[in-house]
Write a protein that binds this ligand. Structure first.
Ligand code: ANZ
Ligand code: ZN
Ligand code: ZN
Length: 869
């Protein structure tokens, strides 16, 4: 017998699949419904990591399964290939970003092919190609024409030594990543923004459409990110100047408790304040230069300074101090806050630090006794932020604070002190990046015509080659040929925008391009896109819950409003796969994490190969810093793609964490070898033809029942949120029973024509059901069975409901007192199942035709009585 050699088998089938073009997908196939499976496209860092392997295996199994279920399946792959690492590589080792990216893509494509994924490679796209990014520019122009893009000054991270803008990831502890001693400052630059806030409400509204197909936690994260809050804008008056200063609050019920007010250091009023008060300028500058993310962090120490000015509360007419503090952000609400320390945590911490007054205006209620507990400000150790009963609040005393929220808002509006408003946490999307490796923004600046867009026929505006990557400034500014251009309106000289687009723009519509990847007239054809969209199943990491998934939804809605697509939502169903965990080995003697190759594992314990020290083992997220990552290609070399795929799918359901362990891989490998031998050693016992149920033995029948139960279980677990691990487990059980059958029947010469047919039927179905997981292996055995072609093109098996229950009792079925048939079931089968089987009998159906079912009486193990009229 030939041994199972995964290397040969996998290479053979990958070649056959490729040469046979079996994964090529047509946009339309007569009689088949389209089904779109999409995995988040990778950034071409150079090597696949284990998270990719998991994500893409899940996608591929779904694609193969749906294909076998009769759908016309689109399963594409591409490259999110603009971004910073390519530019850094250029700075560090002189490789051009394009060359670096291209060779990374080639290596990763080779790795994906090693895993046997069923992608239609003819539809491959890469965002760094002019054929792709041309359409980013084209869409940018359409958005600009619609007024959905505008330019505005905004703060960016700036390193004075690099003389350049830094991405948030390049700021480490407030310092530049390349200049560990240089503090990053916030600098104002003119930037392009997409008006995503125009769609804030619709993005929230869309959750109704997604609630059945998306994980709840992702929707919650998006909801919080959009952060719709209902509040009141209430106008205070500056005592010293008489000018108005509106505050945004979500807690107008606390208006009587305001003990000071605060503005953000960037608030326009601050400049005026500094004029008469220059000594506070430096502390305000320091606040401005603190990272915005840090400033809004919870629990962080808050800094502020008194302005010397006061404001008047319109409701109480009380005069309170006006402060500047870093915990108030300019880009939220009005950038000014009425502070109520007793009922807000941040205000409480701030008031304690600077000794500001505390006023209680809401008292808690004892939940059991319903008694009001009187708070004493000087005894409070934290703010009371819940609802309660109003106090020290004039005519609103005694009211519940919940009711007061509405009543005071109405009062404020009636007296013209302010108005109710809705605010969003979501900000417009700033897309300008002072970088080379991205899509050039198609804008120009002409002295005569101002800001203008490049003509459509001149797109794409291509990235120039004459640039220098010396790490100083934006490389695009070093290109003379790029900077100096011709105004598309007047033909005079114009300066090109040297910023490029955020790479999230690329990934906001790539799924539409896959539908029509070669179109050179338009980004895509509407009819083709409509035939595939929305994506039936999207799969990717939870880290994209907010930005990518929100931007893509935003783009889909814009493109719909431009008449380019029909669907409201891009992704009907979303699966966020769990993390991959692996054991880390920490040596306290050496004060570092050891690589698995430096470790001896003995049972539950692990020891350093060098020092013999017992190591601390922890199972945690794979990461470079813990030395606990695995390289998928190493696994493929050692165990094969099929075993790797099988292990990944068997070890955990897709949405859960997956604990990587080599024993599991070895187990998956043994499992495949067992099937291999089962088929190869018994080829002479495979017979094809219809099974005659009247001729089968008890053992034959039992195996046939197990087969039908397994098909049912496997199919149902896949349909139930893709619980592939359960389906594989069910198939394993069937294989074990088949193994017993082999020992008890086939190997002892009890074989009959019927048993051979049953054996063949079981093997066939095992291969069909395992083929989405281990496609090469199954195609090889399929061929060994004498079939030609590929399991990819086979139909997913169906099962016979009657054969999913083993039958050791025969129950007579009467219709109006006359026996019309029998059902055979396992002793103890429930009433519902028996009743259903009885009603499905052909002879019963015939006698019931045109009549009404009056009563169905089932006495388990005895009789069924059907009464009709
Ligand atoms: C008075 C008050 C009293 C507040 C109280 C809270 C509790 P959400 O709900 O997240 O929208 N705020 C308003 N603008 C701000 C800004 N630019 N920077 C920092 N904080 C700001 O938050 C709204 C609340 O956050 C507002 O309600 C305001 O404080 C503060 F017992 O006003 B509140
Ligand atoms: Zn720097
Ligand atoms: Zn001009």
């Amino acid at each position: 017998m030939r041994e199972y050699n995964f290397k040969e088998v996998e290479a053979k089938w990958q070649e056959k699949w490729e040469n046979g073009h079996i994964f090529k997908t047509e946009n339309k196939v007569e009689g088949k419904e389209n089904y779109y499976v999409l995995v988040m496209l990778p950034y071409p860092s150079g090597k696949l990591h284990v998270g990719h392997a998991r994500n893409y295996t899940i996608g591929d199994v779904i694609a193969r399964y749906k294909r076998m279920k009769g759908y016309n399946v689109l399963n594409p792959m591409g490259w999110d290939s603009f971004g910073l690492p390519a530019e850094n590589a250029a700075i560090q080792n002189g490789a051009h970003p394009a060359a670096w990216t291209k060779s990374n893509i080639e290596n990763m494509r080779r790795q994906l092919k090693l895993l046997g994924f069923s992608y239609d490679w003819d539809r491959e796209i890469a965002s760094y190609t002019p054929e792709y990014y041309k359409w980013n520019q084209w869409m940018f122009k359409r958005l600009y024409e619609k007024g959905l893009i505008y330019k505005k000054k905004s703060l960016v991270n700036w390193c004075p030594d690099c003389n350049t803008v830094l991405a948030n990831e390049q700021v480490e502890d407030g310092k530049c990543w390349r200049h560990s001693k240089t503090s990053v400052i916030q600098k104002e630059l003119e930037q392009w923004f997409f008006k995503i806030t125009d769609y804030a409400d619709e993005l929230l509204e869309g959750h109704k459409e997604l609630k059945d197909g998306w994980p709840e936690k992702v929707l919650t994260m998006q909801k919080n990110w959009i952060g719709k809050s209902y509040g009141t804008e209430i106008v205070f008056t500056i005592a010293e100047t008489g000018k108005e200063l509106p505050m945004f609050t979500t807690r107008i019920d606390t208006i009587y408790g305001v003990s000071y007010c605060v503005v953000a250091p960037e608030h326009p009023i601050v400049e005026e304040i500094i004029k008469g008060n220059p000594e506070i300028k430096s502390s305000i500058e320091a606040m401005k230069n603190t990272d915005l993310i840090e400033r809004s962090a919870e629990g962080r120490e808050k800094n502020g300074v008194f302005t010397g000015w006061h404001v008047i509360n319109p409701v109480t007419k009380e005069k309170v101090e006006l402060w500047v503090a870093d915990y108030v952000l300019m880009n939220y609400g009005t950038g000014a806050v009425m502070a109520v320390p007793c009922h807000d945590e941040r205000d409480f911490a701030f008031a304690k630090k600077y000794n500001l007054p505390l006023n209680v205006v809401i008292n808690p209620v004892n939940k059991e006794t319903k008694e009001v507990i009187e708070l004493k400000a000087e005894e409070m150790t934290e703010a009371f932020i819940e609802v309660g009963v109003m106090t020290n609040s004039g005519e609103f005393n005694g009211m519940s604070s919940k009711e007061a929220l509405t009543k005071i808002a109405e009062y404020v509006e009636a007296n013209n002190y302010g108005k109710r408003t809705v605010k969003y946490r979501l900000k417009d999307w700033g897309v300008s990046r002072q970088r080379y490796w991205g899509t050039p923004i198609p804008a120009l600046y002409c002295e005569k015509c101002g800001t203008v867009m490049e003509k459509d026929e001149n797109l794409p505006v291509k990235l120039p080659e004459d640039v220098s990557f010396n790490g100083v400034g934006n490389p695009l500014e070093t290109s003379e040929s790029f900077k100096h251009a011709v105004c598309p309106i007047c033909g005079g000289p114009a300066r090109r925008d040297t910023d490029t687009m955020d790479t999230f723009v690329d990934s906001s519509w790539y799924f539409l391009r896959y539908c029509d990847p070669k179109n050179d007239k338009l980004p895509f054809d509407k009819e083709i896109v409509d035939s595939w969209m929305g994506v039936d199943q999207y799969i990717g990491g939870i880290e994209h819950a907010v930005m990518h998934l929100l931007y893509a939804r935003f783009f889909q809605k814009i493109l719909r409003d431009l008449g380019l697509v029909s669907a409201n939502e891009p992704f009907k169903r979303l699966l966020t796969q769990g993390m991959v965990l692996g054991p880390s080995y920490y040596s306290s003697a050496e004060n570092k994490f050891l690589f698995p190759s430096e470790v001896n594992v003995k049972g539950e314990k692990a020891f350093s190969k060098v020092t013999g020290e017992e190591l601390a083992i922890k199972v945690e997220k794979m990461s470079k810093s813990k030395n606990n990552g695995v390289d998928p290609e190493e696994m493929i070399t050692k165990y094969g793609a099929d075993t790797t795929r099988l292990f990944i799918m068997f070890a955990a359901p897709p949405e859960k964490e997956l604990e990587w362990n080599e024993n599991g891989l070895a187990g998956a490998s043994r499992f495949l070898s067992k099937i291999w031998r089962l088929v190869m050693e018994h080829k002479e016992n495979l017979e094809f033809g219809n099974i005659d149920l009247t001729k089968v033995s008890k053992e034959d029948k039992a195996l046939l029942i197990k087969l039908n139960q397994t098909i049912k279980k496997v199919t149902e677990s896949i349909e139930d949120d893709y619980h592939f691990n359960t389906s594989i487990a069910a198939t394993m059980e069937l294989i074990n029973e088949t193994q017993d059958y082999k020992v008890n029947i086939l190997e002892v010469g009890k074989t009959t024509s019927e048993s051979k047919k049953i054996f063949a039927e079981v093997i066939k179905n095992i291969l069909v059901m395992l083929s989405p997981f281990t496609p090469h292996f199954c195609d090889e055995l399929w061929e060994e069975m004498g079939h030609t072609g590929y399991l990819f093109n086979e139909k997913w098996p169906s099962y016979d409901e009657k054969l999913t229950v083993s039958s050791d009792v025969v129950i007579a079925v009467q219709v109006n007192g006359k026996v019309r048939g029998t059902v055979e079931v396992e002793r103890g089968t429930d009433k519902e199942t028996i009743g259903r089987l009885a009603l499905e009998l052909d002879n019963v159906k015939k006698h019931m035709e045109g009549k009404n079912l009056v009563k169905l009486i089932v006495i388990p193990d005895k009789i069924v009585n059907i009464v009709i009229k």
